[in-house]
Design a protein around this ligand. Structure first.
Ligand code: DGP
Length: 114
């Protein structure tokens, strides 16, 4: 999508602080980090929300989680622990409508989240 912020990161129009990428996935540091490590992991294809997922996206969603695992390991968080979360629509706090996993770590997390 031409007016999607995260699509612009995938096509090189905007250059985020990339920590991982492959053919299908891009991972970059959040501009407004909520933890010492806060990385967003996105598919390179545009999907607006979880509600838009179809069975054909099954493998792609798995790749997002495998990328989160890789980034956590690279950041030294695998044993300490980290949180992976995806918001869907307004009440959950989604503000960018191109699905993304938040990978947060480097501090103790609270539960339930606010
Ligand atoms: P969410 O609220 O779940 O849709 O998360 C969107 C995240 O995107 C939020 O944590 C801030 C981040 N973000 C917004 N604009 C930019 C940007 O221009 N660059 C980067 N790196 N992150 C951004």
């Amino acid at each position: 999508m031409t007016d999607c912020l995260f699509c612009k990161m995938c096509n090189g129009e905007i250059e985020p602080d990339v920590v991982y990428q492959d053919d299908d996935v891009l991972a970059f540091r959040d501009v407004n980090p909520q933890a010492p490590t806060h990385v967003l992991i996105i598919p390179k294809t545009h999907i607006s929300t979880i509600n838009d997922l179809t069975p054909e996206h099954e493998a792609l969603i798995g790749k997002l989680y495998l990328a989160a695992k890789q980034v956590a390991s690279d950041e030294g968080l695998a044993e300490r622990g980290y949180r992976v979360v995806m918001n869907c629509n307004a009440e959950a706090g989604q503000s960018v409508f191109h699905i993304h996993l938040h990978m947060l770590g480097g501090r103790a997390m609270q539960w339930p989240p606010g």
